[in-house]
Design a protein around this ligand. Structure first.
Ligand SMILES: [Zn+2]
Length: 211
């Protein structure tokens, strides 16, 4: 277990290493950010988006919540999306789930209460929307398939938001990507993409990646 003081010590070492690489590292950071990517992922501590994609500070705008949900009424998420699209003009938004997601397990099996239970309402909607497919699967495959279906539904939800629709209508070159991260091998697995030309009324469910 790392004491919290170790975080501060590690930070000092990290800052010193950056300066060793370049005297101008931090003065460049002060000038501003121009990330090409917005990442919407799960808060799970094992799925650290910039680390697992080798992205330097400044390269990725990041929003994380339990089970990587896109709720158009969530002001936290929607202000991030609006700022990323309208001001930073990101070219890509990635919605990334991960197998063995505790939030997704809870959406399927319950066992949570209070804020977490309330938050997962949208994930439970995904369970209901895909009940036929999920019910037909062996129990051990159900949660991981729900991870994939949840990425699909959140990506479609994101595409329907006012911010993304306005960007598509304005011809902003914006692409939405649905990915899953596999904790077992550290690899990101692309599931699907949506751009301005994608008809949102009939977005197919992605092929099963993990059985
Ligand atoms: Zn998770």
């Amino acid at each position: 277990m790392r004491d919290y003081k170790h975080l501060l010590l590690a930070n000092k070492a990290w800052a010193a290493e950056r300066l060793e690489e370049s005297d101008a590292y931090f003065s460049r950071q002060v000038l501003g950010q121009k990330p090409e990517f917005l990442w919407i992922g799960c808060s799970d501590s094992r799925v650290a988006p910039d680390q697992l994609t080798n992205t330097e500070p400044g390269g990725m705008f990041i929003h994380r919540n339990i089970a990587n949900l896109v709720n158009p009424n969530d002001q936290n998420l929607m202000s991030v999306v609006q700022f990323a699209v309208e001001v930073l003009k990101v070219r890509h938004i990635i919605v990334c789930g991960h197998y063995a997601c505790g939030g997704i397990d809870a959406a399927l099996g319950g066992g949570v209460h209070g804020h977490v239970h309330d938050w997962l309402a949208i994930a439970r909607d995904v369970v209901k929307a895909h009940a036929d497919e999920l019910d037909a699967l062996p129990e051990e495959q159900r949660a991981n398939r729900l991870v994939e279906l949840n990425v699909r539904d959140q990506l479609v939800q994101l595409a329907r938001t006012d911010v993304v629709q306005a960007a598509f209508a304005a011809g902003h070159p914006l692409e939405l990507h649905g990915w899953v991260y596999d904790l077992r091998d550290g690899l990101l697995k692309p599931l699907m993409e949506i751009d301005a030309a994608t008809p949102l009324g009939d977005v197919p469910t992605p092929e099963k990646v993990l059985l």
